[in-house]
Design a protein around this ligand. Structure first.
Ligand SMILES: [Zn+2]
Ligand SMILES: [Zn+2]
Length: 256
């Protein structure tokens, strides 16, 4: 019997309009990844202390071949923490390690995003006693310095490294992603496999920045996708209006 493994590209850190600082509807995000033109196999919507949109995205992608995992970015007492693979949001404002534990109890993986960055609510080194993975590449950072610090920290402590775009707009989605190797053919892989791989840290995982030529097209593709999305919503609304307008006539017709 031959075993086949697959390498999936997942953006583990994105924000929708469910975040106070995000702006995209999840429907648009799901369609954008389904289009396959940003080279992602899946993603996680991790809004700040909100999970509704993330769960909605999972539902929307149920029948498609992309993998959407539920998640949330929790504001702990000591800084931000990504909960990947949870279906309810952990309570905010709790101690960092206490939140890590509750995420694990819920069956999720706990990942520390943009560590050590005070201006972005990054958790300080001494608070991280144990973690499933460290975001060693965050596409938001303008200098590579903070990413290099996070990477070194992960390597020194033997933590897995992941990457996330931390996208707050469509054009940023997929600008960074995590490659996760799983011992299954791709069509059999489900969200739980990815979460398990993250929890076990036994997969080959590398944080990557999308190649520059792709990054340049991200904005163009995002704006094309956005126009199509809003245009189809507009058509839906127009159709509904026409339907409403015609109804009295139809009812008269049916009654006579
Ligand atoms: Zn954050
Ligand atoms: Zn974030």
């Amino acid at each position: 019997m031959c075993t086949m493994s697959s390498v999936l590209k997942i953006d583990l850190h994105t924000h929708s309009e469910g975040s106070y600082d995000g702006k995209e509807p999840v429907g648009l995000m799901v369609e954008h990844v389904e289009d396959k033109n940003i080279d992602l196999d899946g993603f996680v919507v991790t809004d700040h202390d909100e999970i509704e949109q993330s769960l909605e995205a999972v539902k929307m992608a149920e029948k498609s071949d992309i993998i959407v995992i539920p998640g949330v970015e929790v504001s702990t007492k000591n800084g931000h923490l990504l909960a990947i693979g949870v279906e309810e949001k952990p309570e905010k404002g709790k101690e960092f390690m206490e939140t890590v534990e509750s995420i694990r109890k819920m069956g999720g993986a706990a990942i520390v995003p943009h560590p050590f960055q005070k201006t972005r609510h990054g958790v300080s080194k001494k608070k991280i006693k144990d973690i499933d993975a460290v975001e060693a590449f965050n596409a938001w950072l303008f200098t590579g310095f903070q990413n290099r610090r996070a990477k070194k920290f992960a390597e020194n402590h033997g933590y897995s490294k992941v990457a996330g775009s931390d996208a707050h707009s469509l054009g940023m989605m997929g600008r960074a992603y995590t490659e996760i190797e799983i011992d299954k053919p791709q069509e059999e892989i489900v969200a739980e496999d990815v979460v398990e791989a993250l929890r076990n840290g036994e997969t080959s995982m590398s944080g990557r920045r999308a190649p520059m030529y792709r990054a340049a097209f991200h904005y163009v593709k995002a704006s094309i996708r956005k126009t199509a999305y809003y245009f189809s919503r507009l058509l839906e609304r127009v159709n509904k209006q026409i339907y409403r307008y015609n109804r009295p006539l139809r009812e008269i017709y049916l009654r006579s």
